[in-house]
Write a protein that binds this ligand. Structure first.
Ligand code: PHE
Ligand code: ZN
Length: 880
């Protein structure tokens, strides 16, 4: 058992630092084993600090200190103290002074991929959240903003490309040596987490744009040599993002250069370092034969996300890490809007809600629940969560709904005007929203500070004689760990009353009159809304567009849901009606065999949509995607048998597939590729529909489904086609599945990103051998514990993508994952902790599974040298 129990850090303890750092000059002598770092800092007492004469305590980790000087004078031994996490200087001048520090670090031994490390022979850095302290001693916190000048010196032949933040100032050979150097200067003050450095023998592609005020900007994307031809899509996305932020938010880029580097070893998706974004290469590299439609979509969205951080995150940063969702929620909201403008708004909204339900709802309803702005953490790296990102974005969206798009845009302008160059708080953003709109958002603010997904129960009653429709809403947020009592939230709900002809009845709300924006606001625990002049009994379409991230329960009859599925003017709620019906069918199927005709009406409604020539293929594909197993498990809520859930879900899908067989065949015929691969929305949608149809057919008629999949794989048209076929095949246990996986591996053995896809497909293979397959693959020569993408593909692919396998009743799935967590913890604790979150939903399971999972969690907790990262996640899950 861990003896030194890690202590939480609390928001209420926030204090400004006693000193400020105005400028930073860094000089790197790069070497894989011993990199020398010379740092020269201009410091001065912080007028905002109440501590006079305080010691200077800088953060530092895994550094060897060579020397410290103040104003040029070396400090003697007794004048400073070095500990595992800090450098303390007891007495420093109480006026501006210069601090010079020389340290060494070992980039090639850095398997945590935080700080300065080597990936595929390339030096690169990752400093968010607390990686800069692994490079040099510093105030490694976001409210200390400084101007950086960086000199990088390295062997010229091995590391011809030398990059850092800001603008390039100088690059030249060092006479008489094999080394060269470059100098970069970033004119904008920034926190240390945005520092970046890259050095290596990289290939690159270049382009440029002229900003709205006429300034030229050079764009560069740097990748492993030989991959230059895979950067075109990413480059187009950079240009589109820059244009969009100018047009939509009036935000112009502010440096002479914007560079992106792609590396194969990276803990997360990508990082918004000022002027030098570093990416996990799976979110840059794309050719039709190597990337799927989903990859193309992800690349575009993540490039946009990192680029948008330049204003929401970099120019205005966070005061402390509790404010993480200030930059992340807002930037996710911005990238969602970008994708909605570039592609289909309806499809984007539905996909985002699916992700929210698959990732954020389970978090918010389980042991890891936390508010979007938490008030305590043990390890900040554990708080890059769906709640901070996705729920954070939902909160921004709700503010836009409440105050309207025009006021929202003015509020954003005000935010940039007030806080440019500052480290801000969530309160600062919400104040701008309130000031720009004149609205009181004090109750609304609870969304940031209260955890849990609110449940709203809606009951509508129509009074034909009075032509009135009364809607009664009740809200309740279930308790979450540490928060028993919940306050009512301010919930904006899009609403429509749909007449039998499918038209919306004008909303005449008692007390307010005709509503311009069809949104009602629930603020009390229970509240009624009366609509007048409702000419006929309407079907209630509530939370249109998913205006609020809630769980909605209503007394809507199945007939109304079927009607809305076909006729609601809000396409989100058409999809949602289908989800509600599908969920009810699958839950019923978990309890016992479904009556013969129970699926008929649902299948008929689906067929109507699938055969409607006016409907979008992407929408059709989404309609075919039934709620996931974890969603069903969560809806059942307790004593869940995951095998039964899996069987029920597949059973419903198989029967639906049979009922729709002709329609699916028709789709299969008409969606074959007409020409070369194109990643545009219409072609992407066509393939999505094709593969959704295949997936259903695979269960309805495995012979037919396998035949289609094998035909697709014999002469694959694109990577999308290959993955579409294989993803359908992994659902069924047949020899063709194994042959197809083997030949995929052989065909793509030299391509690391495709091997990751192969690992993921293997992780998703359904069958009693699933845990054993995972165990076997950890010993495969292509698997690497030190590469996060490989670990995520195999283990997150298994915990999230193979519900019956991970939750195998004999506990073998839990065991193989727990073994991996323990093994990984020594290599990369951040990644180990992420894998551990896969256990978060175990409390809804039946008792054999629950106790098997608990045994594994306790085995992890018994490890004496457990990291803070894994300790925090596992101890929270094991507690309930
Ligand atoms: N800030 C990054 C993003 O949201 C995510 C990230 C966090 C990357 C921490 C690395 C480390 O785009
Ligand atoms: Zn981000």
């Amino acid at each position: 058992m861990k003896t030194d129990i890690p202590q939480p850090i609390r928001l209420e303890d926030y204090r400004p630092t006693p000193y400020l750092i105005d400028t930073v000059e860094l000089d790197f002598r790069l070497d894989p084993e011993t990199t020398q770092v010379f740092s020269r800092l201009a410091l001065r007492p912080n007028p905002a600090s109440s501590e006079a004469n305080a010691p200077l305590i800088l953060d530092g980790e895994k550094l060897s200190l060579v020397s410290v000087k103040i104003d040029g004078e070396p400090l003697a031994e007794g004048q400073y103290r070095v500990e595992a996490q800090s450098l303390t200087i007891g007495h420093v001048p109480q006026h501006p002074f210069t601090l010079e520090i020389e340290t060494h670090c070992n980039p090639s031994a850095n398997t945590e991929l935080s700080g300065l490390y080597v990936s595929g022979g390339i030096f690169c850095t990752q400093c968010e959240a607390e990686g800069f302290r692994r490079i040099t001693y510093f105030y490694d916190r976001p409210d200390v903003m400084a101007r950086y000048t960086v000199r990088i010196e390295a062997d010229q032949a091995l590391y011809p490309v030398l990059l850092s933040n800001g603008n390039p100032r100088q690059q030249s050979a060092i006479g008489g040596t094999c080394r060269h150097f470059a100098v970069w200067e970033d004119p904008f003050p920034k926190p240390s987490y945005l520092f970046a450095l890259v050095a290596g023998d990289l290939g690159s592609v270049h382009d440029g744009i002229t900003t709205c005020s006429g300034r030229p900007v050079s764009l560069g994307i740097y990748v492993q040599k030989g991959k230059e031809d895979r950067c075109q899509w990413a480059m187009e996305a950079v240009k589109a993002s820059m244009r969009w932020d100018e047009e939509r938010f009036g935000r112009e880029y502010d440096l002479d250069v914007f560079n992106i580097v792609a590396v194969p070893d990276f803990n997360m998706g990508a990082m918004e370092n000022k002027g030098l974004n570093v990416f996990n290469d799976k979110y840059i590299l794309a050719l039709p034969g190597t990337a799927t439609d989903q990859d193309y979509v992800n690349i575009e969205a993540i490039i946009a996300h990192e680029y948008f951080h330049n204003w929401t995150g970099n120019r205005i940063t966070c005061r402390d890490w509790f404010q993480l969702c200030l930059k992340e929620g807002l930037t996710v909201f911005r990238d969602q809007e970008f994708t909605s403008d570039m592609r289909s708004r309806a499809v984007k909204r539905i996909t985002d809600v699916k992700t929210l339900r698959a990732r954020q709802f389970p978090e918010d309803g389980g042991p890891l629940a936390h508010p979007p702005r938490p008030s305590a953490y043990i390890e900040i790296n554990n708080f890059y969560t769906p709640t901070v990102y996705e729920k954070g974005a939902e909160i921004c969206r709700m503010m836009q709904t409440l105050i309207g798009p025009d006021a929202f845009r003015s509020a954003m302008d005000l935010y940039f005007e007030r806080h440019d160059g500052e480290a801000a708080t969530v309160e600062d953003l919400v104040s701008c929203m309130a000031d720009a709109s004149g609205r009181d958002l004090s109750q609304f603010f609870r969304w940031y500070t209260q955890a849990g997904t609110p449940q709203v129960v809606a009951e509508g009653v129509y009074d034909a004689s009075r032509k009135q429709y009364t809607l009664t809403l009740e809200q309740r947020t279930p308790p979450t760990p540490g928060e028993e009592e919940k306050q009512p939230l301010h919930i904006p709900l899009g609403i429509g009353l749909v007449a039998q002809d499918g038209e919306d009845i004008p909303l005449d709300l008692e007390g307010l009159g005709r509503l311009n924006a069809p949104v009602i606001e629930l603020t009390g625990r229970r509240q009624s809304f009366r609509f007048n002049n409702v000419r006929q009994r309407p079907a209630l379409s509530l939370n249109r567009g998913f205006t609020a991230p809630i769980r909605l329960e209503s007394n809507l009859a199945a007939a109304d849901q079927l009607f809305l599925m076909g006729h609601d003017n809000d396409s989100f709620n058409r999809w949602e009606a289908g989800q509600g019906l599908g969920r009810a069918l699958m839950i019923a199927a978990c309890r016992g065999p479904l009556p013969e005709d129970s699926l008929a009406a649902y299948a008929r409604a689906l067929r109507q949509i699938l055969e409607d020539p006016a409907a979008d293929d992407a929408f059709k594909a989404l309609m075919l995607g039934l709620p996931s197993e974890s969603e069903i498990a969560a809806a059942i809520g307790s004593n869940v048998d995951t095998d039964a859930v899996h069987a029920a879900r597949d059973g419903v899908r198989a029967r639906l597939g049979k009922l729709l067989a002709d329609t699916l065949s028709g789709i299969w015929q008409r969606t074959s590729e007409p020409g070369p691969y194109r990643p545009d929305p219409a072609s992407t949608a066509r393939r999505a529909l094709r593969h959704a149809s295949l997936s259903l057919m695979m269960l309805a008629d495995p012979d037919q489904g396998t035949a289609w999949a094998m035909a697709e794989l014999t002469a694959p048209h694109s990577m999308s086609a290959e993955i579409g076929a294989l993803s359908a095949l992994v659902q069924i246990e047949r020899p063709e599945r194994e042959d197809a996986l083997d030949s995929f591996h052989d065909r793509h053995s030299g391509e690391h990103l495709l091997i990751d896809k192969w690992l993921l497909l293997n992780a998703q293979c359904i069958g009693p051998e699933a845990p054993l397959r995972i165990e076997r693959l950890t010993r495969h020569p292509d698997f690497r514990w030190s590469t996060p993408n490989k670990v995520y593909a195999l283990f997150a692919g298994f915990t999230a993508g193979n519900v019956p396998g991970f939750n195998a009743a004999d506990g073998s799935g839990y065991r193989v994952v727990a073994d991996a967590i323990l093994r990984l913890d020594a290599v990369n604790p951040q990644v180990a902790a992420r894998i551990a979150t896969g256990f978060r939903s175990c409390k809804v399971l039946n008792s054999i599974r629950k106790s098997a999972a608990e045994a594994e969690l306790n085995r992890i907790l018994a490890e004496p040298s457990l990291s803070r990262d894994v300790f925090e996640i596992v101890s929270k899950i094991a507690r309930v």
